[in-house]
Design a protein around this ligand. Sequence first.
Ligand SMILES: Nc1ncnc2c1ncn2[C@@H]1O[C@H](COP(=O)(O)OP(=O)(O)OP(=O)(O)O)[C@@H](O)[C@H]1O
Ligand SMILES: [Mg+2]
Length: 620
Amino acid sequence: MVLQKKKYGNLDMIALSFKVSPLYSLIFAVQRILGALLPTISIFVNAQFINTAMAVLNKKADMRAIHMPIILLAAIMVYQVLIGVLMNFVNCRAKIYYRMKLRPEMIEKRARLQYRHIEDPKTADLIKRVCPSVDENIREMYTRILDVTDTVVYILGIVLTLFTQIWWVALFILVSSVPILIIATKAGKRSYDADKEMAKVDRRANYLSDVLKSREAVEERSVYGYAGKLNELYGKRYDFARKFRLKVSRSNFIKNKMGGIITSFLSVITMLAMLKPVTEGRIDFGMFIALMGAVFGLSNRLSWGVNWLVEDLARRKEYLKDLTEFMFLDEQEDADVLPKENMTFSRLEFIEVSFRYPGTDKLILDKVSFVIENGKHYSFVGVNGAGKTTITKLITGLYTNYEGNILVDGRSLRDLSPSEIKGLSSVVYQDFAKYYITLYDNIAIAHLNQQDSLADVEKAVRLAGLSEAVGKLADGLDTPLGKIQETGVDLSGGEWQRVAIARSVMSPAPLRILDEPTAALDPIGESMVYKKFEQISKGKTTIFISHRLGSTKLADIIFVLSGGKIVEKGSHSELMAEEGVYYEMFNAQAEWYAESGHTEHLAEHSTEHSNGTEAIADAG
Ligand SMILES: Nc1ncnc2c1ncn2[C@@H]1O[C@H](COP(=O)(O)OP(=O)(O)OP(=O)(O)O)[C@@H](O)[C@H]1O
Ligand SMILES: [Mg+2]
């Protein structure tokens, strides 16, 4: 690993760059130092050339005396042209090399981040700012440090040469460059702050542009016809961002211009100061012309180059702060370990668990206690936002900042290893993931410990009711899903859900959680899925989360969640007898089923449909 958890400063970029590529770093360094000395060498070569040429013209020297100065001049020119071409090539190669070395590290670090960082918009912004440009920033940062060295050597070379001719002008130039540097540093910091603000605005603008373009939103886009409205919103955000940037650039430009005026004065003063010594013969004419050329170049570089350099350095220093912050973000311990094989449990217990999402005040779970016993089937019921999904996030260890305790066979969940926590449960989430890889891999990734998983994948396909869909795919299980490959096939919403369910079936974890993954199925179909899932989960523990109470009848124990607490607990018949919240919810839905013409007991109904086949009946 090149990148580490540490406070990064400018100079660290040298070490970092050498770690990424000693060869490129060395080439850059040597080239820059040579380049920095060249202007000073040029002063002497130019002066000698002018003096010799004048002597030849005045017939004070032989024609042959001019050969050496011309060869030196030509050598400098050839060097400059060749090194330009060569460095272009080296730069291209280096860019690719830095990217290949650094990007994967960033991606890995990102994958290891704790879940809360991904959900928190502040860190999400930070990640967006830091990750995509890491290779460029580190390479450029090293180049900037070389630029600084280059500039210092360059300025010192010229100022020292000037010093030997007319010392007080040299001193004057040195002193007057201080305010220019200060102005530039401030401008740089402002620039990065502006970039930071822009990143936020950009993120929002980009989001809108994604909605306007994305494949996912195409149906809603055409139904609601909101493209025009969103376009307008996008235009506004974009315009705001543009004006903001312009404001900062304008103010920086004016300050730079002022720096430019100061340095132009420097050149004029130098010229005036040298006139007298030249006429008195204390400075020879060739030296005067060569020095003036160098001082003009210097003033130019002081007003634009150095300004830009210091500004860019200050801006990138802010990047380093971000990079440091990013590297210090907490990681999930052993994020990439595989789930423990053959994990078992007999009792999972929530003891007075209270929970708030990090950075929020709202109590989502308020001293919730319940017990999940191995082999039984459970259901969580409650209105939207009651905290059902939150409970699954705690069981799967995504959040650990809860009060109270969660015990697995008497051991605190916090003390279980990441591998054990992963081995404990499989979840089909509400917003389950769709992986644009082959159907086979979509399912097999739930059990990576297994070498040859073909038989199990086929079984999962059958159990999830996907056999028919697989039969229709050109390459069967090996068909790539999703529309990012030419041969990719997109599945229907319900089929994707079945893929997610197959993944869960594939997982050897003893606790299976279905967090309402069946929204694309009609109530009857959903009920069948749950019924079948229960059957194929014999010997396993299941937790069903559903708003449709037809499926909850299957559970041994139903928990009713409301106001952050478990307000009712019991089997379907017990809760119906209680005539409480559950009773009311169930009756409200029973009427609804009645209207749809399905007054029969849903559970039995589903058994009939899947009769004779092992698969979860097609919801059609
Ligand atoms: N990452 C988050 N940060 C802050 N608050 C959150 C976050 N995720 C969920 N919440 C809040 O926590 C509460 C419970 O959410 P949760 O997803 O657990 O509800 P749910 O019971 O699963 O609802 P639904 O039936 O709609 O799926 C909601 O009020 C929600 O706004
Ligand atoms: Mg939910």
